[in-house]
Write a new protein. Sequence first.
Length: 68
Amino acid sequence: MYVSYIPQIISNFSGDPVSPLQPLVAMINGILWTGYGWFKTYKDWPVIISNVPGVIFGFITVLTVYMH
């Protein structure tokens, strides 16, 4: 799912920025789920591993919207 941000990142670098709202919300969602998995009594590694890419790709997408 988060790999779909790659075309948006490329679009941002090519001078046609996308809206930062959806990647920002996805990044926040990934942060919350990663925190949930991390702070459980027994770490929930599938939840952590599946949401860390959302944090990374969401952050990069939002960052490149303002860097173009």
